[in-house]
Every structure is written in structure tokens, then in C-alpha cells.
Design a protein around this ligand. Structure first.
Ligand code: ZN
Length: 405
């Protein structure tokens, strides 16, 4: 799916796992549930870390449970991005902004408020409907070369194409990037955010691997992919979101009005020094993942033997990878809670741990609360500080199992 080289080297094999966003309603608890291999490879040529495709994007994204607006710090992050990019590119009423995988309009709404014309492209009809209700025009489609062609034939070309957490989710990144190339104005800019592979490896974030994420990019592998389609990465920002992400800036290779920045050069160099162009660097990840499983089980066994209660906080995709890989069910975790009403009353895929509203924590007064979306831990600890009033403690599983003070 990357450069065409055969995939022969394992990055990590997390065994069989259900689709991490397929929350199970009560009436389906006794039905068969599909599990698929979660086996990740690294390409020996372009060093793209990638999942073999067993599940089609249609199965995953057409009825999707993730509404971006339920995470406050994420909404704030994207509001700041809208300010920054509007200034940097001088966007105004004559500009055209396209967001790929625009979800519920959480980002584009900020451009709409400024009077900047926008178009969202979002394949999940249930999520797109929420965006349209907010006044964000949204096309219910997957973004591809074909989608770009259709828009261009209607005379549409974008000054800015943006996307957060979409590049990793496309099964055919070459086709996706060809679409970006087509849809972009000659002097336009593409910005994309995705979790940074270098951080995933350094900080052991194996739970961010799931069937919805087909690829795991370094700056180097993204650069290779874009260059093959005539786009140059000219700038990059390192962001704290999702445990460490990159926001890459791309332009047409022939547009030399935007020189490659020093920080893009510097990051490239750091990745080379970290060994990301050598196969053996990827080989040690598996043992690190196994050790995390042993440590988490050790903690849970210890806590339950001591008669302590443990519940979860959150029902994110990453939690499902972690719990399924570690084999943690209601034997260790009584229930979890989530702010999204869409998930409440349902059960986690695979492990069938029930999901309740956050108020349930108050009634249960657990000894430990395992924070599954560890990337939002500061926000969660603040919101749920009353846990500490009865002596409850927060635990984060990644990068290493840690009980918070
Ligand atoms: Zn490759």
C-alpha cells in the first residue's frame, strides 16, 4: 500500500482484536463479534509502518461513534489552529477552505464565523448531519483522487486543505495524496495532523494502533509519500495532541515561494539520528509492548487481590486495543464511564465492559480509576477531582503503568 515493496517485517503483532469503535448494544451481547488481526508491518524500502488491510473503510467509518466535539481540549486546539492558519495564509472571504474528514464541523465552524467559505468532506453520515446543522456545508464522501476530480470539475480548488487524524486512516495513502495535489490551488497549502511515529515508539503508545489506523507516519515516511505525488513538506510543527503529533505543511513542489523551514530540516535530521531509516530500529518495539502488558496485569492482579475496586474512565478506541491485547475484562474492571451519550449504555467491543455516564463514579466510589484516554489525563483529573475526596486514585496505563499522586 506504500511504495510497492513487499511487507516482510513485523513492527508489532497485537493478536486478534475487534473494531475498536464498534461498541456493542445490550441486545447484541450474545451475538458473534468479528475479530481481525492487528498485525503491523514496517516497509523495508520507505519505512512506512502499516497495518495489513483486513477491514474496508466502509465497514469502519460509515456509522462512526467518534464526535470530535466531546473533547474540550481538542475543540480548543482546533480553534487555535483556525486563528493561526487564517493569519499565516491571509485567508478571507475570497478564500476556500476544505477539511478532509471534517467530523461534526468542530473546526470548520470557526472559519464559517469569519465568513471564509468552507467545505467539509466526511464519510460518516450520522456525524456529517451534525455539522450541517451547525451551518458547515459537508459532502458525505470519502476523500480520494476521484472526489478531488469531481470538485475540480465543478470549478472548486482549495487555498487551504486541512485534516486532522485522517492521513493515518486512509487505506490508500497514494490515492489520497494524489487527490490533495489535484484539489490544491497553485499557491495553496495543505496541513495535516497525525500521531508521530517517533513518539509512538519512544513513549510506548501501542494502544494507538487499531484497525482504523492503517498507517503510522514519521516525518520521513510522510515526506517520501508526498514527494512521490509532487508535493513538498516545507514546514512542520510538533504538537502535544494524541500523545505527540506532527502538523505538516505541504505545497506544490513547483511553488518555490515557500522555502523549507529550519524546523522541518531539524526534525528530519532528528529522525535520521533516531535510526528511523534503519530496519533494526523497529525491531525492539515488540518486547516493550509485551512488558507493558505484564506490568498492567501485575498492577490489576495486585489491586484486586488487595480487595480494591478498579473502574475505567473513558471508552476511546485506544482503550479497546489495550484491554483486548491485555485480556482485561470485567474480572479486573467493573465498568467504565464516558461523556458521550452515544456510548453510554453500550459495552466495549471484545471485552464487554459496560459503559455508563460519569455520574456512576460518584455512586461506586472506586479505589482506582484507570484513565484510558491518557492523552486527556490533565483534563480528566481536573474534571473528576472529586474522586480524591473518598481516597480514590487515578492510574494511567501508558507509557508505563503509573498511579497518580
Ligand atoms: Zn514502502
Amino acid at each position: 500500500m506504500c511504495c510497492g515493496a513487499p511487507l516482510r517485517y513485523t513492527f508489532v503483532d497485537l493478536g486478534m482484536s475487534p473494531l475498536c469503535e464498534s461498541y456493542v448494544p445490550a441486545e447484541k451481547l450474545n451475538r458473534m463479534e468479528p475479530f481481525y488481526p492487528l498485525h503491523v508491518y514496517v516497509c523495508e524500502q520507505c519505512f512506512l509502518v502499516q497495518l495489513e488491510e483486513f477491514v474496508s473503510p466502509e465497514e469502519i467509518f460509515t456509522e462512526y461513534a467518534y464526535f470530535s466535539s466531546y473533547a474540550d481540549s481538542w475543540v480548543e486546539h482546533m480553534r487555535r489552529y483556525a486563528e493561526l492558519i487564517t493569519d499565516r495564509l491571509g485567508l478571507d472571504k475570497r478564500s476556500f477552505v476544505v477539511e478532509v474528514a471534517s467530523n461534526d464541523g468542530y473546526l470548520l465552524q470557526h472559519f464559517v464565523k469569519k465568513g471564509i467559505p468552507v467545505l467539509g468532506i466526511e464519510p460518516a453520515a450520522n456525524v456529517a448531519k451534525v455539522a450541517v446543522e451547525k451551518g458547515v456545508p459537508t459532502l458525505v464522501k470519502f476523500f480520494s483522487e476521484q472526489t478531488a476530480r469531481e470538485l475540480v470539475s465543478e470549478g472548486k480548488r482549495a487555498d487551504l486543505i486541512c485534516g486532522a487524524n485522517v492521513l493515518a486512516q486512509v487505506p490508500n495513502p497514494n490515492d489520497f495524496v494524489r487527490g490533495l495535489k489535484l484539489l490544491l490551488q497553485p499557491a495553496g497549502v495543505v496541513t495535516l495532523e497525525f500521531p508521530h511515529l517517533m513518539r509512538l515508539m519512544a513513549e510506548n503508545q501501542f494502544d494507538t494502533i487499531y484497525h482504523e489506523h492503517f498507517s503510522y507516519f514519521s516525518f520521513l515516511s510522510a515526506e517520501t509519500l508526498f514527494a512521490a505525488q509532487g508535493l513538498t513538506l516545507f514546514d512542520v510543527e510538533e504538537l502535544p495532541t494524541h500523545g505527540g503529533s506532527l502538523r505538516i505543511y505541504a505545497r506544490h513542489t513547483e511553488d518555490d515561494s515557500k522555502p523549507v523551514t529550519e524546523r522541518a530540516r531539524a526534525l528530519r535530521q532528528r529522525e535520521v539520528e533516531a535510526g528511523l531509516l534503519k530496519l533494526e530500529t523497529y525491531g525492539g518495539f515488540t518486547e516493550q509492548v509485551k512488558e507493558t502488558k505484564r506490568k498492567l496485569l501485575e498492577f490489576l492482579i495486585g489491586a484486586r487481590r488487595a480487595g480494591k475496586t478498579v473502574v475505567g474512565y473513558g471508552a476511546p478506541g485506544k482503550g479497546n486495543t489495550l484491554l483486548n491485547y491485555c485480556g482485561i475484562r470485567t474480572d479486573f474492571i467493573d465498568f467504565t464511564v464516558d461523556r458521550s451519550p452515544y456510548k453510554q449504555g453500550k459495552f466495549l467491543p471484545g471485552t464487554h465492559i459496560p459503559i455508563f455516564a460519569p455520574e456512576r463514579l460518584r455512586e461506586a466510589r472506586p479505589d482506582y480509576v484507570l484513565i484510558l484516554p491518557w492523552n486527556f489525563q490533565d483534563e480528566i483529573v481536573k474534571q473528576m477531582s472529586e474522586i480524591r475526596s473518598w481516597g480514590g486514585r487515578f492510574v494511567v496505563p501508558i507509557p508505563a503503568v503509573k498511579v497518580l499522586d
